[in-house]
Design a protein around this ligand. Structure first.
Ligand code: PRP
Ligand code: URA
Length: 231
């Protein structure tokens, strides 16, 4: 038997930005740098690419979930009764199809009770503007916290379209978890959605004339799903 009580735990803040107020966190960790190097390397084959996405998504999700709220609960170990905690917020993972799918399973491993709400967006190759093709959000009862998953934040157009959808749904707390962002894209998202908490492994300096991130890693969806066109 267990009893629960609402609790907002005090958390040590390791980032210089208070995530609850939004802002950009570039997570600088040796393991992130190592796995990111594999991800960027053009000789990395799809299986290792997917494994690297998994590892990086796990490491980023650990950072991105540091401020989730808890409620107290009492449990019994085999020896005695003892206090514990459980998550007290409804969390929704919002992968942007298709590349965001590669990040869902590792984050669900950490948050097995999370809901998954898919958004279908692709970038028009000529204009680099996001085109919405799938959205299955229910009209009511938004989650308390939404975590947008997409490996790449280039112009920021896809992330902003997703955040606009979540704002319309009524989500109070929004997070964006991306493996690589461009400086201009992440700044644009932060300016347009100052309430969003953005977590990335690395902010790369530029976009090329096709709006790809440089140095980047190429097309994340194609590398995850082994659909690189030069085959
Ligand atoms: C990629 C990526 C992001 C978007 C980023 O998706 O996964 O969704 O581009 O670019 P932006 O910040 O300029 O919007 P893509 O359109 O290639 O679709 P895919 O995931 O189906 O490959
Ligand atoms: N989408 C990708 O997959 N990579 C980029 O560099 C830009 C958009």
């Amino acid at each position: 038997m267990s009893t629960t009580a609402e609790l907002r735990v005090d958390r040590p803040m390791e980032s210089s930005i208070h995530p609850a107020q939004g802002g950009i966190t570039e997570v600088n960790h040796p393991l992130i740098q190592v796995h990111l190097t594999r991800l960027r390397n053009k000789t990395t084959q799809p299986s290792l690419f997917r494994a690297s996405v998994t590892r990086l998504a796990t490491l980023l999700a650990y950072e991105a979930t540091k401020d989730l709220c808890l409620s107290k609960t009492m449990i019994e170990t085999p020896l005695t009764e003892t206090p514990g905690v459980e998550l007290s917020q409804r969390v929704g993972l919002v992968p942007i199809l298709r590349a965001g799918l590669g990040m869902v399973d590792p984050v669900l491993e950490l948050l097995p009770m999370a809901e998954v709400w898919h958004l279908g967006l692709y970038r028009d190759e000529e204009t680099a503007q996001p085109v919405r093709y799938y959205d299955n959000l229910p009209p009511q009862h938004p989650v308390d916290v939404a975590i947008v998953l997409d490996p790449m934040l280039a112009t920021g157009g896809s992330a902003m379209a997703a955040l606009m959808t979540l704002r319309e749904w009524g989500v109070k707390q929004v997070k964006v978890v991306s493996l690589i962002a461009s400086r201009e894209g992440v700044d644009a998202v932060a300016a347009q959605f100052p309430e969003a908490q953005i977590f990335v492994c690395k902010i790369d300096p530029v976009l090329n004339d096709r709006k790809y991130i440089v140095p980047g890693l190429g097309d994340a969806g194609d590398r995850i799903f082994n659909t690189v066109r030069s085959h």
